[in-house]
Design a protein around this ligand. Structure first.
Ligand code: C5P
Length: 232
């Protein structure tokens, strides 16, 4: 898989999701399904979107004991998603177990991406709530290298961290980056943002874009603009 734009389908129902996806008559964008939609609609939403011909990143961020994660990943793999994720904080053993669960009998599997520290966790909360006293950048890179050691394919990170992740974990280790905005767009609640063109320059492999596309007056045009800027 090469560079691609993933649309974050942060809708609360299947109806709203299909109303949105129906606008795309000529292309089948890669879509991200998160917890809200998955918990509202269940596995059928994944099967239906897949049957329409889209690639799917199932963003459920698993974090549990290795055996539970392994078995749950086997279920997600059977849903035929293309990419899924977990928390690197679950340890290297949990990530290895996840990969085993995800691998199908024929040896194929969806891409597996780790979340390092959530962007909602800052230095102060990490020190006070989690008792992790190291600088957050160091923690993020350490978690990324743990993910690489476990054999995962990449991490979710800010586009600002993508270059450093590639330096630490190798060029082929994937960076999946949210926090993307058009130069002339609203930044909303995102704090540190980049344009699709900047994300391309810094080496992001996939950008995850929600509201700049889903809330646009013409979502198809906004998606196509993203692809033009990011993929070229
Ligand atoms: O609408 P927007 O483009 O901000 O959507 C970004 C998507 O990426 C959302 O689904 C959000 O939950 C997700 N995300 C993020 N920041 C992270 C991890 C995931 O914005 N650090």
């Amino acid at each position: 898989m090469g560079k691609d734009v993933i649309i974050a389908c942060d809708f609360a129902s299947a109806e709203k999701t299909f109303e949105f996806l129906d606008k795309f008559t000529n292309t089948k964008p890669f879509v991200k399904i998160g917890m809200e939609l998955f918990y509202a609609e269940g596995p059928s939403i994944v099967k239906e979107i897949k049957a329409r011909g889209h690639k799917i990143f199932l963003d459920l961020k698993l974090h549990d004991i290795p055996n539970t994660v392994k078995k749950s990943m086997a279920v997600l793999s059977n849903l035929d998603v293309d990419m899924t994720n977990l928390h690197a904080a679950g340890t290297i053993s949990m990530m290895e177990a996840a990969l085993q669960g995800l691998t199908r009998e024929d040896g194929t599997r969806p891409l597996l991406i780790a979340v390092t520290q959530l962007t909602s966790t800052d230095q102060e909360r990490m020190e006070n709530d989690l008792l992790i006293k190291e600088p957050i950048d160091k923690v993020v890179m350490h978690y990324a290298s743990n993910a690489a050691k476990a054999g995962l394919d990449g991490v979710v990170c800010s586009p600002l961290e993508a270059g450093k992740v590639h330096d630490t974990c190798g060029k082929n280790f994937l960076t999946v980056t949210p926090g993307v905005r058009f130069a002339d767009g609203d930044i909303g609640d995102q704090k540190r943002v980049m344009t699709p063109a900047e994300a391309k320059k810094i080496g992001s492999d996939y950008i995850v874009v929600g509201r700049p596309i889903t809330a646009a007056e013409d979502p198809v045009a906004a998606y196509e603009r993203c692809v033009r800027e990011f993929v070229g």
